[in-house]
Design a protein around this ligand. Structure first.
Ligand code: DQA
Length: 143
């Protein structure tokens, strides 16, 4: 089983950016946690991060017929990007949305999730653990 994990803009700044909201652990630690979890569960994982909307769209399109599912934290593009929503719909892969912070308790502009409209499930406000739960959701789906 192959899972693609996509992270949007500024998530490469984890550990530096707003630690009171996103925590003190950095992006490398997040990647290590995801890789270790995938290895333990015997699934293949690719982790991709970009600060560019079009690159996220390209990566989703490239996953077509190559991956079994997508875990995505589109970061700020969550709340703005119809292009990412359309790409997820286009490839038709089971997708799971993750947000490190509890966006439901934050600003009004974070209350809409376009990408979430193409996702089967959302893990919100669970910190890095949300990614692991999202991977487990996809594993269980195919079990
Ligand atoms: C985020 C929440 C978004 O609103 C924000 O723009 C991010 C990170 C999260 O993981 O909590 O960059 O997706």
């Amino acid at each position: 089983m192959k899972i693609l994990v996509i992270n949007g803009p500024n998530l490469n700044m984890l550990g530096i950016r707003e630690p009171a909201i996103y925590g003190a652990q950095n992006y490398a630690t997040l990647c290590e946690m995801i890789n270790a979890h995938a290895a333990e569960k015997n699934v293949e994982v690719k982790i991709f991060q970009s600060n560019h909307e079009g690159s996220v769209v390209d990566e989703i399109q490239a996953a077509y017929q190559k991956f079994d599912g997508i875990v995505i934290n589109p970061a700020a593009y969550t709340h703005t990007s119809v292009a990412i929503l359309d790409a997820l719909k286009a490839v038709g892969l089971p997708a799971v949305e993750v947000h490190i912070s509890d966006v439901s308790k934050r600003e009004d502009f974070r209350q809409i999730s376009y990408a979430g409209m193409a996702c089967e499930k959302s893990y919100i406000g669970l910190g890095f653990d949300g990614y692991l739960r999202a991977i487990d959701y996809l594993i269980d789906k195919y079990a």
